[in-house]
Design a binder for this molecule. Structure first.
Ligand SMILES: [Zn+2]
Ligand SMILES: [Zn+2]
Length: 149
């Protein structure tokens, strides 16, 4: 190989080396872009997940985990206590019934029962939910809006 050939070969090699270096830089840049996108996606996904959890929490009874049903007469109509906690009609009924059965002699069904909120232990006076406890209208409207019913 002449010295001229060697120079040409060397130049070619340098060119290839530079091209390779540029490619490597480009790949590193793309990798950074992909990583940034992944971070954004992950943040969005976490947000969506926590929103979904919130909605699910709001739409199911925390005692029996049944989905609230706003339809009039349903056993799973949401009821809100004075303390702000909400449970379904079936669970209010059960809380009422348990307390009611402990009282001897049996009082009238209309007698309000003193119970503790199952969540915050607030002292509550509840009347038989069969007829008198008002439905949680706010919760119903929220649910209706959310489910577009
Ligand atoms: Zn319930
Ligand atoms: Zn409470």
């Amino acid at each position: 190989m002449s010295s001229n050939d060697a120079r040409v070969a060397n130049r070619e090699l340098m060119k290839e080396k530079n091209a390779l270096k540029l490619k490597k830089e480009k790949i590193a840049e793309l990798k950074r872009v992909v990583e940034d996108r992944e971070k954004v996606l992950e943040r969005t996904l976490n947000k969506v997940n926590s929103e979904t959890e919130k909605v699910e929490e709001l739409s199911e009874c925390k005692i029996c985990t049944n989905q609230y049903d706003h339809h009039h007469g349903s056993n799973f109509v949401p009821y809100q206590f004075e303390c702000g906690h909400t449970v379904c009609k079936t669970c209010v009924q059960e809380l009422f019934q348990k307390r009611f059965e402990k009282i001897k002699p049996q009082p009238a069904r209309e007698t309000p029962m003193i119970i503790n909120c199952p969540f915050c232990k607030s002292v509550l006076r509840i009347t038989n939910p069969e007829n008198t406890l008002p439905e949680d209208q706010i919760m119903n409207n929220t649910l209706r809006a959310f489910l577009r019913l």
